[in-house]
Design a protein around this ligand. Structure first.
Ligand SMILES: Cc1cc2nc3c(=O)[nH]c(=O)nc-3n(C[C@H](O)[C@H](O)[C@H](O)COP(=O)(O)O)c2cc1C
Length: 220
């Protein structure tokens, strides 16, 4: 079996980010029964960001997997042995959510060597970063995964990015103090783009699974 880990860093179980990740998972699973897709919702777990315990850098016992034990530990262990990784987050104030950031600290700090400043994960694998946001493709404040993108590129592979712009933030704009948004414009955009965004997520999932299966066939 080949494993794709999907990490959902958004709080809402059925909204934009979760929907994009669900479609990605469906696309990946459609390729082969040999592909296992596991989705983890960070908001369901009790964990902290890096505690700076430095256990991952102990002389003679350095580890590329975080040594601090909590509910994130099995997820980090799963990722270390996975064949593909997908991270999803809504844009919160130009960046990923706080929980996604906390997760990334735990994922990436053990990769970083303070001996030679190399950044190395236990295993390289394809990565997709999913971001959903209010902003449009042209006008957005998204710094996304920020400097963590560089760590991911060094340690795992250059990530592919998947966006959903100008998302519906609530089901019914009339019920909220959201006069700064035109629901009509939002609806028009959604009608034109949302299904395409979901299809793009499905196709990207399929492509990741196909490339994993192809490299398996080549004995990689
Ligand atoms: C706390 C918070 C901060 C946000 N900040 C931004 C932002 O800076 N830029 C942006 O384009 N959208 C921002 N948004 C909108 C969300 O990114 C957007 O609605 C996203 O699609 C929500 O994902 P979800 O439906 O999966 O929860 C923010 C939403 C919240 C709740």
């Amino acid at each position: 079996m080949k494993k794709i880990m999907i990490i959902d860093g958004g709080p809402r179980k059925t909204f934009n980010t979760a929907s994009m990740l669900k479609r990605f998972a469906e696309g990946a699973a459609s390729v082969s029964e040999e592909i296992e897709v596991k989705t983890v919702r960070l908001y369901d777990l009790h964990f902290k960001g890096c505690m700076s315990c430095m256990a991952c850098k102990l002389k003679g016992k350095a580890s590329q997997i975080c040594k601090f034990r909590d509910e994130l530990t099995p997820v980090l262990e799963d990722i270390a042995g996975a064949d593909g990784l997908v991270l999803g987050s809504p844009n919160y104030f130009g960046e990923v959510t706080g929980l996604m950031r906390a997760f990334l600290e735990r994922l990436a700090f053990p990769w970083l060597s303070y001996n030679d400043y190399s950044i190395t994960a236990p295993k390289r694998m394809p990565v997709v970063l999913v971001e959903t946001q209010n902003g449009s493709a042209e006008y957005n404040n998204c710094n996304g995964y920020g400097s963590m993108e560089h760590c991911i590129a060094q340690a795992l592979s250059q990530p592919q990015k998947l966006f959903a712009h100008n998302t519906y933030q609530v089901k019914n704009y009339a019920n909220y103090e959201l006069a700064g948004f035109s629901e009509e414009a939002k609806r028009k955009y959604r009608d034109e783009h949302w299904e395409k965004d979901l299809q793009h997520a499905f196709d990207t999932g399929r492509q990741m699974a196909e490339s994993i299966m192809a490299s398996t066939a080549m004995g990689c």
